[in-house]
Design a binder for this molecule. Structure first.
Ligand code: ADP
Ligand code: MG
Length: 535
């Protein structure tokens, strides 16, 4: 029997592991199952290149509770470990066998190895008084038993074990008895292990789908496959509007499927969020810094081993890979929307009520997206079912809709029923009125007036004729010098100063009140007619 000290830098790492490392204790199970999956994947790799001989047989991972013995056991039939390997990989905290394996077998299924996830194996001490490893390597070597009670001291000895693989036996500590409850374990497994690539059994039941849709080739998948995967993720939701299959391997690795959910009424806070995975291991559904904010309304899965998992949020925002991933997703989403818009505009329009939210939010917050979205952002006629892009709106209006500065005036209704009389009056004049009635629209209008320097939005029940000039502009009356002087004086007298530095030349009803959104001005206009005679 060999005895020795676990080699770590600090004198005793265990108290740290136990108390501070993870607020979520459940992740120990994720770590141990990740290792079991890695051991299995390694065996498959070695077998495929002839380094592991013979039939591999059943390769599933099993989780079992023994309430009497107060143990939780995770068993795999993977590569196992020799005594030397236990000494190397287990006794040295922070020495990653996964990393070593990846370096050695570069190019061989390397993406299948989860590895370096968190603290890994030692997180088991968060919930255990003692941890035992019983393992038998696929190589010709005796099985070994290792145990450690949470002090830096371990024991390692030869042992009897039938088959190849590893059992990790956790003697669950007093505070963590919850992990001897089947329901608790099932919940944790469902959360972290639902899509791991090796079959995982608990109480006779397989708890995972080893080949989730996002890991398959888009060309192999049907509409039903995408929809049933959505149902698997969000069983109670209505079918999604459409989806984007992400599949990148350079310059970063990223797969996933993003779904556009049906949003019934304006802004519903989404509780079913995008889930982040790393090599099919669930990491988090707090993807705030990984996904552009406006895409947080989307649902589905992103899987990328290139997103750093154990660093602070603020670091994550500055991470170059995360930035690239962000840009990539934005681009993909924009491309997809453009594609649908181009190939099936009717379909696109029919979904605009839900889609419009993403698109507008994206246009407001992301200039790259804005650039692309200008092509497919549409506005619906206030009275008809017709939709217009900005370009189309410009050409569709029968009467030239420009203001004094030459900006395009977009007339909009926030409540087509209430504002019907105004809409009618405007349409009768040949103007085009669209509806901008959702909760994002107020902010959208605001932002777009800043971003689209040649566009001004005017509400249909504002004094619209005052905001617009049309062809009659040319025939507008021009004030005489004298009238202009008097007019200037009139305004200069007013302490509130209505920014009347603007030249007042033509005072036709269309042009003058460009400045006059305030009632005071209207009052003065009346005064002015007294001065200059009827206009
Ligand atoms: P990592 O997974 O990042 O390498 P861990 O602390 O989780 O770090 O595990 C350390 C090493 O211990 C692994 O890389 C592997 O070599 C070995 N190991 C852990 N669990 C198993 C297992 N079930 N079967 C075979 N080897 C294992
Ligand atoms: Mg690990």
């Amino acid at each position: 029997m060999q005895k020795g000290n676990i080699r770590v830098q600090t004198e005793n790492i265990f108290p740290i592991i136990k108390k501070f490392l993870y607020s979520e204790h459940d992740i120990f199970l994720r770590e141990l199952i990740s290792n079991a999956v890695d051991a299995t994947q390694k065996l498959k790799t070695l077998s495929s290149i002839g380094e592991a001989k013979g039939e591999l047989g059943d390769l599933s991972v099993t989780v079992a509770i023994d309430k009497d013995a107060k143990t939780l056991t995770i068993s795999d039939k993977g590569v196992g470990m020799t005594a030397e390997e236990v000494d190397k990989y287990i006794n040295q905290v922070a020495f990653s066998g996964a990393e070593e394996f990846l370096n050695k077998y570069k190019g061989q299924n390397e993406n299948n190895i989860i590895g370096h996830f968190g603290l890994g194996f030692y997180s088991s001490f968060m919930v255990s008084d003692k941890v035992e490893i019983l393992t038998k390597s696929f190589k010709e070597a005796p099985a070994v038993r290792w145990d450690c009670d949470g002090s830096p001291e371990y024991q390692l000895e030869e042992a009897a074990k039938e088959g190849r693989g590893t059992d990790i036996i956790l003697h669950i500590n007093e505070e963590s008895q919850e992990f001897l409850e089947a329901d608790r374990i099932k919940t944790v497994l469902k959360r972290f292990c639902r899509f791991l690539p090796v079959p995982i059994f608990f109480e006779g039941e397989q708890i995972n789908n080893p080949v989730p849709a996002w890991t398959r080739k888009p060309s192999e998948l049907t509409t039903e496959d995408y929809q049933s995967f959505y149902k698997e993720l969000y069983p109670f939701n209505e079918p999604p509007l459409f989806w984007i299959h992400l599949n990148v391997d350079y310059p970063f690795n990223l797969t996933g499927i993003l779904y556009f959910p049906k949003i019934k009424q304006s802004y519903e806070i989404q509780k079913d969020k995008i889930q982040l995975y790393s090599n099919q291991v669930f990491v988090t559904d707090e993807v705030k810094d990984i996904v552009p904010e406006f895409l947080m309304l989307l649902q589905g899965v992103i899987d990328s081993p290139d997103i750093p998992l154990n660093v602070s949020r603020s670091y994550l925002q500055g991470d170059p890979n995360v930035k690239k991933i962000n840009n990539h997703i934005t681009k993909k989403v924009a491309d997809k929307l453009e594609e649908i818009f181009k190939t099936d505009r009717a379909e696109f329009e029919s979904k605009w009520e839900s889609l419009g939210l993403f698109v507008k939010y994206g246009m407001m917050t992301d200039d790259k997206f804005l650039e692309k979205a200008e092509k497919f952002h549409i506005m619906q006629d206030a009275r008809e079912s017709k939709f217009y892009t900005l370009e189309e709106y410009k050409t569709a209006a029968a009467t030239l809709q420009k203001n004094k500065d030459g900006k395009l005036v977009i007339l909009y209704a926030t409540d087509p029923v209430q504002q019907d009389a105004y809409i009618k009056a405007a349409t009768d004049k040949g103007y085009l009125v669209v509806k901008l009635e959702t909760i994002v629209d107020a902010a959208f209008i605001n932002q777009m007036e800043m971003k689209w320097s040649d566009v001004q939005f005017t509400r249909v029940d504002a004094d619209i004729t005052d905001n617009l000039i049309d062809k009659q502009e040319d025939s507008s009356t021009v004030l005489s010098k004298e009238q202009e002087e008097r007019l200037k004086k009139l305004f200069e007298q007013q302490p509130s100063g209505l920014h009347l530095t603007v030249e007042v030349k033509g005072l036709s009803p269309e042009t003058a009140p460009v400045l006059a959104t305030r009632p005071e001005f209207m009052r003065r206009m009346k005064d002015m007619s007294a001065i200059s005679g009827p206009m």
